[in-house]
Design a protein around this ligand. Structure first.
Ligand code: NAD
Length: 501
């Protein structure tokens, strides 16, 4: 047997750490980069057969996939708690949202992918036959995932791609390899054809191998920098992609917003998942005096219980890694240097694990805010604006446009502001939770990405439209060589009758 050196062995496995303790809690085998293209080819062979199956058969297999997760819902919540650091209840809510999204596709997906008849309509005189428009799967979808919602961001999209008739090769984040393995076990329980849905494990280099493999569509979820790199690589080969990238969500608080209930909701929307939630509220734009809002958010943030969710009741767990915490801390320092006032937090907490105090900043200049763009941690920056339109203009100035919210009582004003916000998702008097709506499309605009996941639009990302037209064999066709005067006369009459020429 060949000897393996320690460094070679460590390049072959991914170690999973509990971010609340820093301890290694398991390892998984990395997929070799050179094996990825072959796995995609294998998925393609399985997909050719799978694409011929009925929606009923696909639903049955996907139901088994869903059931495998549902039967182990608490096990899933514990696994998310231990590998990502979320409080158990928060992790269980992720499991519930995942199952709901999967169920929507299993039950309603066939309606979204039903073909339609297109009549000749006003073109009757042109003697063009009507058509049927149908949806065809792309082939093999390559998915590159992130770790912050390791189940919710992966299982529903795999479900949609497979329901639409595709094969899937997907890579979980290197920060959630055990959860990737657990999802792989649920995939196995579905009994899909061999090789149809494959999990590859590894870091960015394995992601890169997937991007370079012969996939037919890409789905990337993660940061803007890697996302743009992946999009560029795919674009070079003309491969379409969905990009779910970073957010820096604004909440516009109108003068009549009820402070106590809005602060409660904003606090949760800012600090859920330690602020490592792509749609977490990061910018609180108060129309009027921001100080009472910053103080109220600050004093409530101080009450939040931060700690290891496996050993005590907590509201907030750790950041995902030491590096993520140190990067986040430097961002807070830069904002302070640019003039932001620290209302609360702003420091790493001592001890094992990568904890950070929930942070509220108050600022009155653009730079203190712009240095925070895209930061991923427990932070809200509060700013004041004289009018709703000024707050709106500031919200829309950002390149990020994932989600945004408006808070207030006056329905007319709230709707007016909401209708002018640049964002893929807008909520009124709420934030974050509406992203769990199983039937609603999820995704951003501007630098936050394009394409959608979940709901009808999410499902249709995994198919392309095919127009099928048919004439009877040997039947009449208006255009045939040689061109005749009769056809020219007919076309002239058509212009006159239908277009007034
Ligand atoms: P990341 O960009 O570091 O990594 C995302 C994935 O890309 C990982 O699986 C990683 O291995 C892979 N990757 C890295 N380099 C690659 C390469 N060259 N080729 C192919 N794949 C490569 O992001 P992250 O730290 O995992 O996630 C945090 C970010 O994700 C935050 O910015 C957050 O806002 C964003 N996010 C967005 C959404 C959304 O739906 N819009 C959801 C969750 C998180």
């Amino acid at each position: 047997m060949a000897m393996t050196s320690e460094s070679e062995a460590s390049t072959q496995v991914l170690a999973a750490r509990n971010p609340a303790t820093g301890e290694v809690i398991g390892t998984v085998r990395k997929t070799l980069r050179e094996d990825v293209a072959g796995l995609v080819q294998r998925a393609r062979q399985a997909q050719v057969v799978w694409s011929q199956t009925s929606f009923r058969d696909r639903s049955a297999a996907l139901d088994r996939f869903k059931l495998a997760i549902a039967r182990d819902a608490e096990g899933w919540a514990r696994a998310v708690r231990d590998e990502i650091g979320k409080p158990f209840g928060e992790a269980l809510a992720e499991v519930v949202s995942t199952l709901d999204a999967m169920r929507w596709t299993i039950r309603k997906g066939h309606q979204a992918l039903r073909g339609t008849s297109i009549g000749p309509g006003h073109q009757l005189a042109l003697l063009v036959p009507g058509a049927r428009q149908i949806w065809r799967p792309y082939g093999v979808v390559g998915m590159i995932g992130t770790w912050n919602y390791p189940l919710f961001l992966n299982a529903p999209t795999i479900t949609q791609a497979v329901f639409a008739g595709n094969g899937v090769v997907w890579k979980p984040s290197e920060h959630a390899p055990l959860l990737g393995q657990k999802l792989d076990e649920a995939i196995a329980a579905a009994g899909f054809p061999d090789g149809l849905v494959v999990t590859v494990q590894g870091e960015g280099d394995v992601g890169q191998a997937l991007v370079e493999s012969p996939i037919d569509k890409g789905l990337f979820t993660g940061g803007i920098q890697n996302g743009r790199h992946v999009l560029t690589e795919l674009a070079k080969r003309g491969i379409p992609a969905i990009a779910e990238l970073s957010g820096f969500d604004a909440a516009i608080v109108l003068p009549d917003a009820p402070r106590e209930s809005a602060v409660n909701a904003l606090l949760w929307a800012g600090f859920v998942g330690v602020g490592q939630t792509c749609v977490a509220v990061k910018r609180v734009y108060v129309v009027g005096d921001p100080l009472p809002w910053a103080e109220a958010l600050g004093s409530r943030a101080k009450e939040l219980r931060v700690g290891n969710p496996a050993s005590e009741p907590v509201d907030i767990g750790p950041l995902i890694s030491e590096m993520a915490r140190s990067r986040f801390d430097q961002t807070v320092r830069r904002s302070e240097a640019a003039g932001a006032r620290l209302v609360t937090g702003g420091r790493a907490l001592p001890g094992h694990g990568w904890f950070y105090a929930p942070t509220v900043l108050l600022a009155d200049n653009d730079e203190a805010e712009s240095v925070l763009e895209g930061c991923f941690g427990p932070l809200m920056i509060v700013r004041g604006f004289a009018t709703a339109d000024e707050a709106l203009a500031a919200a829309n100035r950002s390149q990020y446009a994932l989600a945004a919210s408006v808070w207030g009582r006056d329905r007319h004003e709230v709707n007016r502001v909401a209708s002018r916000l640049d964002a893929g998702m807008v909520t009124i008097n709420d934030a974050v939770t509406p992203s769990a709506l199983a039937s609603a499309p999820f995704g951003g605009a501007k630098a936050s990405g394009f394409g959608r996941t979940r709901g009808v639009l999410g499902l249709r990302e995994f198919v392309y439209s095919q127009t099928v037209q048919s004439r009877s064999p040997g039947g009449f066709r208006p255009h045939l060589f040689p061109y005749s005067d009769r056809i020219i006369k007919l076309l002239k009459t058509y212009v006159k009758w239908f277009h007034g020429g």
